[in-house]
Design a protein around this ligand. Structure first.
Ligand code: SF4
Ligand code: SF4
Length: 462
C-alpha cells in the first residue's frame, strides 16, 4: 500500500466555501431512537419497494417491511421495533412524494411477539463464495450512501462478458460544503473500511484499489494509512486536490486512474471501474462480518443556525425535527433547511421530512447565509463554461430550456450533466442553470419512459 498524489486534474470545477470546520472535529454520536420513524419505500435510485405491512401491524427491528420490486430495487427493513401507525405518501428529502411506513416506536409489543432484532448469520468473507457475499449485500439492503443511492448488489454484479473491473475506487472525497459524515467514518471506522474493501475486492475478482480522499482530510488519510498498512495487492490512497466536484463518480475515476467515462448510457464499468462510497464500504463490512442490516447512517447536521452541529448516527426514517432537537435546536429561525450539502442538496420546506439511506447532511442556514437574488439575462461571460466539469455549453442549454426547446438542450448533451451546480455557482447573472438542466433531463427521461411503455405494450399485444 502506498499514498500518492493524484496525477490527473479534470477541467473546470469551483471552490465554494467548505465550512467544514463546524463539524469536522466532532465524533459520531448515536441518536436515541425517536418516538416516531417515517420509513420511505423509496430509499434509493430505482423502483420503490413494495410495502409488506399495514396499519396495526407490529414490526421488529430488522424485519423486512418492503420487498424488492424489479432489478434496480432493494428491500426496506424496520429500523426499530414499533407499531405501524400509517402507510401513506410522505414528502421525501428530494421533495418528491413516496409511500412511507409511519412507526410508533413507543408502542408495547403484543404478547408472544419475539422482539429480538432480526439479523443475518455472520459470514467468513475470506472463505465465502463471491456470489454469497453479493447476496448478503443485497439482503442487508445496502445502496450507495454518498449520492443517488444505486443498489450496491447491482453495481457489484456487472453483466458477464467483456465488462471486467480493473479498479475498485473508494470514494472518500466528500467535496460537498459542510458535510463531514464520510470524513468521520474514515477517521473512526478505518478498520471497517479496510474490511469492506477486502470483501468488495473478493466480489469483483481482485481488482486494484484506489482510495480517493481530498487533501483537506489529513487525519482521515493517516487513519486509513494505518488501517491499510499491511494489506496485500495493488492498493493506493490517492490524495486529491481540494476542488468541487471531486466526489463525482466520473471525475474521481479520471482523477485517480486517468480513464474517461463516455457519455450516457456508458457506465464506470465500461472503463473497468467501480466506485463505492466509504460509508457504503463500511456498511458492507458490518453486513458480512456481523450480519447487520443497514438500518442507520451517519448524517452531518450543520450550518450557522443550528445550536450544536453534530455528526449523528440515526435510524433511517428519523425526522429532521428530531435530528435538530438532538443538536440543541435552532439558534435562530433558519431561513433555509437543506437536505444534503449546499451544492447538490435540496432546500426543503418542512422539518417533518425523514432521513433515508442517502441522507448525508442536514443544513440549517440563517438569513445571513442565504443569498436572495433574481435571475437576469445571460451576459455571455463564459464563466459557466469554464466551471462546468462536463464541458457543456450550459449557457446555451439554459437559453434552450427557457425557450422550451428541450430537443436543442438534448442536442447540446444535457443528459451528460451531473447536476453539480458549479455553473450556477459561477454565474454573475444568477441564472438557475442547474435547475434548467434538471428540468430538461427529467423531460427527456419522461419521454423515453413513455416510448418504452408504448413499445412494451405493442410487443404485449402481438
Ligand atoms: S451543466 Fe451540469 S455538469 Fe455542468 S456545471 Fe452545470 S450542473 Fe454541473
Ligand atoms: S455564467 Fe451566466 S451570464 Fe455568464 S455565460 Fe454563463 S449563463 Fe451567461
Amino acid at each position: 500500500m502506498r499514498t500518492v498524489k493524484s496525477s490527473f486534474r479534470f477541467k473546470g470545477g469551483v471552490h465554494p466555501d467548505y465550512n467544514k470546520e463546524l463539524a469536522r472535529h466532532l465524533p459520531i454520536e448515536t441518536l436515541p431512537c425517536p418516538a416516531e420513524l417515517v420509513v420511505s419505500m423509496s430509499q434509493h435510485l430505482g423502483a420503490p419497494a413494495a410495502c409488506l405491512v399495514k396499519p396495526g401491524d407490529y414490526v421488529v427491528k430488522g424485519q423486512e417491511i418492503g420487498s424488492r420490486k424489479g432489478f434496480i430495487s432493494l428491500s426496506v427493513h424496520a429500523p426499530a421495533n414499533g407499531l405501524v401507525k400509517a402507510v401513506e405518501p410522505r414528502l421525501g428529502p428530494s421533495g418528491a412524494q413516496a409511500l412511507a411506513v409511519v412507526l410508533d416506536t413507543t408502542a408495547v409489543a403484543p404478547e408472544g411477539v419475539d422482539t429480538a432484532e432480526r439479523t443475518l448469520l455472520p459470514l467468513d468473507w475470506k472463505t465465502a463464495a463471491p456470489e454469497d457475499l453479493l447476496r448478503r449485500i443485497e439482503e442487508a439492503g445496502i445502496c450507495g450512501m454518498g449520492g443517488a443511492g444505486f443498489p450496491t448488489c447491482v453495481k457489484l454484479n456487472p453483466p458477464q462478458g467483456s465488462k471486467r473491473c480493473d479498479y475498485l475506487i473508494v470514494n472518500g472525497a466528500e467535496c460537498e460544503p459542510y458535510l463531514c459524515a464520510d470524513h468521520r467514518v474514515m477517521l473512526e471506522r478505518a478498520e471497517r473500511v479496510r474490511t469492506g474493501v477486502e470483501i468488495v475486492r473478493r466480489v469483483l475478482g481482485d481488482p486494484a484499489v484506489r482510495i480517493a480522499v481530498e487533501a483537506n482530510k489529513p487525519d482521515a488519510i493517516a487513519a486509513l494509512e494505518k488501517s491499510f498498512a499491511d494489506i496485500a495487492g495493488d492498493v493506493e490512497i490517492v490524495v486529491l486536490p481540494v476542488l468541487y466536484p471531486q466526489g463525482s463518480e466520473k471525475h474521481q475515476i479520471y482523477a485517480t486512474v486517468g480513464r474517461i467515462v463516455p457519455e450516457p448510457p456508458a457506465l464506470p464499468i465500461d472503463v473497468g471501474c467501480v466506485v463505492e462510497n466509504v460509508a457504503t464500504i463500511a456498511a458492507i463490512a458490518d453486513a458480512v462480518e456481523k450480519g447487520k442490516i443497514l438500518l442507520s447512517r451517519v448524517t452531518t447536521v450543520s450550518g450557522d443556525a443550528v445550536a450544536e452541529p453534530r455528526n449523528v448516527e440515526a435510524p433511517i426514517g428519523t425526522k429532521y425535527a428530531d435530528l435538530i432537537a438532538f443538536c440543541g435546536g435552532a439558534k435562530e429561525p433558519p431561513a433555509k433547511l437543506i437536505s444534503g450539502g449546499t451544492m447538490m442538496g435540496f432546500a426543503v420546506s418542512t422539518d417533518q421530512i425523514a432521513t433515508t439511506k442517502t441522507t448525508s447532511g442536514l443544513l440549517l442556514l440563517s438569513e445571513r447565509r442565504v443569498f436572495r437574488y433574481s435571475s437576469q439575462a445571460c451576459i455571455n461571460c463564459g464563466r459557466c463554461l469554464q466551471a462546468c466539469p462536463m464541458n457543456l455549453d450550459v449557457a446555451e442549454i439554459g437559453k434552450a430550456v427557457e425557450s422550451d426547446d428541450i430537443a436543442e438542450a438534448e442536442s447540446l448533451h444535457v443528459m451528460s450533466c451531473i447536476e453539480c451546480g458549479a455553473c450556477a455557482f459561477s454565474c454573475p447573472a444568477y441564472r438557475p442553470l442547474t435547475q434548467h438542466c434538471r428540468r430538461a433531463k427529467n423531460t427527456i427521461r419522461a419521454r423515453l419512459a413513455a416510448q418504452r411503455a408504448v413499445l412494451a405494450s405493442a410487443k404485449g399485444s402481438k
